[in-house]
Design a protein. Structure first.
Length: 693
């Protein structure tokens, strides 16, 4: 944000030094009121443009209101027909032009500033800052000299700089170039003023810079200054955002817990205020734990917490991470189905207003993108009625794609697909955006979908109906959240989970199969793409003939060449799974065949049969082994494959005995790199194939 120079009061048009013209005063029918104009003239020499520091480039006004004097503009009082020109001449500024008057006022402003304490130091430090802020234009040697001079000026006098809108930038610059010890000294000098600085329109940026640029010791000095005053700071228009940013990005887990506890009542704030700086006592902000230990405090604590939450929600100040954490703690402490529980869900829903621009719902949108907030939204969807779920999903209609790529918001989309009974509604609300159905250009649709598949977060809503809660798809925390949601769903939803999943797959199948058919080669360039193809072919309903053909065609060519997909580990694993026709079931220790049967082996075999022995000796030898072992492959294909392999038995024996050693010597074998070479050496797949034939 660029700085804006304060402008002088515009002078009347005309040459400087020219006497003011006086007009003939005509009789007036009324007496004009005397007017008084207060002109605040700035000092041009002290103005700063093009601020470069973070938070320093805001348009800044003079918080001390210095640099101006009061001028009285006299007006002639005209008394009807008795008024004449002489009455106006009495108030004429004799011998003084407007430009001269302005120059005089500027001089007075300079003199007044020069009379202030530390005026010379502040003026010099600002000149140094003006030079330092242009980092690329200052040689390192000169910069070091300027920084050293700057610290000789400010050391011991930091408090004299930080409460002025222009000189506080000097301290921010000093923090930027300071060493560890200098940053700590600045923090110590400001220790008693940190809370006041947070409430300052310009000083808050210095606090932010201290905790970002400083180390753990500086943060341990700054953050405890908020203890005991969190409630005041959160409700302060200037301090709220900076404190929440520190809470979210900088504070440790223990510091966040201490700050959040103050939402539970004055008792916790007093406890924090009296807390010793070097205290190592562990505290918990988990409200359920606190209420379990002190059940007599349940009512006052919940009342205090709600009294903090509700005003912020009503004032639309719903972007605070601390607020989201507090809301989740409150909701989890309530008994499902209780009056308080129902009322809180209504508070959440009350933020949605069809009559407002965009339909409202900023609370839900903000909640979705934080860890605690997304969990709260997931629980609200799970507990909500069919109508409530529809209203909530409508809020996200313009942010679906953004949510899919977010590590927290993706879970809201997943629960929105996994809970409502109306799969048509959820498909239109979520998949319509993700699949790009509104786009007319087919290439753009495929590009969009390809990007989603290649992203760790965005692929979840697409893959979950196919793969379920697979270990490679969901973290343990995400599985725990889904388990909790499913438990609630059993009492709030009627549709069978398998029927819901089937309906979602039917909605996405045409789009995903078309993607595989047109972009199979690009998808196989990444492990995520190969994983997607595997799940899609095994799980999606519909005609998969063209998609299978597109995948099999990629296997043409010499499997020993470096660019062939046989050299691609992810692609090799995909081909093996598709030939097997299902996924491995750890419970039964066998392959669980997909329904209906995939039949990929009979599509792949004609493509590779002329080079079957080469495949059997390659890095993808287990694909050939799957052709012989899979129950999904026709008997005729197995018979032909065995005949071809018998003809190349010598090559198989050589690969089984020497392949691994050769790979180890060349450094090509990944297992050799990891020190996990086969004790027997050679190609393990080729050795197993020899047993089969």
């Amino acid at each position: 944000m660029g700085g804006v120079k304060r402008k002088d009061v515009p002078a009347p048009a005309g040459k400087a030094g020219k006497k003011l013209k006086t007009a003939e005063v005509k009789p007036a029918k009324f007496q004009k009121k005397q007017r008084e104009a207060e002109v605040d003239l700035g000092d041009e020499e002290d103005s700063f443009d093009d601020l470069s520091e973070t938070g320093e480039d805001e348009e800044q006004e003079d918080s001390e209101k210095s640099g101006g004097v009061k001028l009285q503009q006299a007006t002639a009082v005209v008394n009807g027909a008795n008024g004449d020109a002489d009455s106006a001449k009495k108030f004429k500024p004799e011998g003084t032009s407007s430009a001269e008057a302005h120059a005089k006022q500027r001089q007075l402003a300079k003199e007044r500033k020069a009379a202030k304490p530390n005026a010379d130091n502040i003026q010099r430090s600002k000149k140094i800052w003006e030079r330092l802020r242009r980092k690329s234009h200052v040689p390192k040697k000169e910069r070091d000299e300027l920084v050293a001079e700057l610290f000789t000026i400010i050391t011991g006098h930091v408090r004299d700089f930080v409460f002025k809108h222009d000189s506080v930038r000097v301290i921010q610059c000093a923090v930027k170039y300071a060493n560890r010890e200098q940053k700590l000294n600045i923090a110590k000098e400001l220790e008693s003023d940190l809370r006041a600085l947070c409430e300052s329109k310009y000083g808050k940026f210095l606090v932010a810079k201290l905790v970002v640029e400083g180390d753990e010791e500086v943060r341990a000095l700054v953050i405890p200054q908020f203890y005991g005053g969190v409630k005041r700071l959160v409700n302060h228009p200037e301090a709220s955002w900076i404190v929440d940013d520190i809470y979210r990005q900088v504070a440790s887990r223990q510091q966040r817990a201490i700050m959040l506890r103050e939402w539970y009542g004055a008792e916790f704030a007093i406890e924090n205020k009296q807390r010793k700086k070097d205290s190592t006592e562990e505290v918990s902000a988990d409200l359920q734990t606190i209420l379990a230990q002190t059940p007599e405090k349940r009512k006052p604590v919940l009342q205090n917490l709600l009294s903090m939450i509700n005003p912020l929600v009503q004032k639309k100040m719903t972007g605070f991470t601390m607020l989201h954490d507090a809301m989740l703690q409150y909701f989890q402490a309530l008994s499902p189905g209780s009056e308080e529980h129902t009322e809180f869900l209504e508070i959440l829903k009350g933020d949605i207003d069809k009559d407002t621009e965009g339909g409202g719902g900023d609370l839900y949108k903000n909640l979705a993108f934080t860890k605690s907030g997304s969990r709260l939204v997931c629980l609200a969807i799970a507990y909500g009625s069919a109508k409530d779920r529809k209203v909530i999903l409508r809020v996200f209609r313009d942010t679906v794609e953004m949510m899919a790529f977010d590590t927290n918001a993706k879970m809201v989309l997943l629960v929105s697909l996994d809970v409502p009974d109306d799969t048509k509604m959820t498909g239109q609300a979520i998949y319509r955006e993700l699949l790009g159905e509104k786009l007319e250009d087919e290439a753009q649709k495929l590009d969009r979908l390809e990007g989603i598949i290649a992203d760790l977060n965005a692929r979840l809503p697409i893959l979950y109906p196919m793969a379920g809660p697979a270990k490679w798809l969901l973290t343990d925390a995400e599985k725990a959240l889904l388990a909790e949601v499913h438990e609630i769903r059993s009492t709030t939803s009627k549709k069978d989970p398998e029927a819901r999943t089937k309906a979602l797959l039917e909605y996405t199948s045409p789009h995903l199969l078309q993607l595989i058919q047109d972009r199979a080669a690009k998808l196989l360039a990444t492990s995520f793409g190969a994983q997607f193809i595997t799940e899609a072919i095994l799980s999606l309903p519909g005609d998969k003939t063209a998609a299978k053909k597109a995948i099999a065609d990629l296997a043409e060519g010499d499997p020993q060449s470096e660019e062939h997909i046989a050299k691609n580990v992810a692609a090799s694993r995909m081909l093996k799974s598709l030939v097997q026709g299902g996924t491995f079931d750890p419970k039964t220790k066998s392959i669980k065949l997909a329904e209906p049967k995939v039949g990929f082996g009979e599509v792949l075999y004609p493509v590779i049969q002329n080079r079957l022995v080469e495949w059997a000796c390659s890095d993808s030898s287990f694909v050939v082994l799957a052709l012989l072992e899979s129950e999904d492959v026709p008997a005729g294909v197995k018979t032909d494959a065995k005949k071809a392999l018998k003809k190349g038995k010598k090559q198989l024996e050589q690969a089984a005995n020497d392949g691994g050693k050769k790979g180890k010597e060349n450094g090509d074998s990944k297992t050799a790199k990891k020190g996990k070479t086969d004790a027997k050496g050679g190609n393990a797949g080729a050795r197993l194939l020899l047993q089969q034939i």
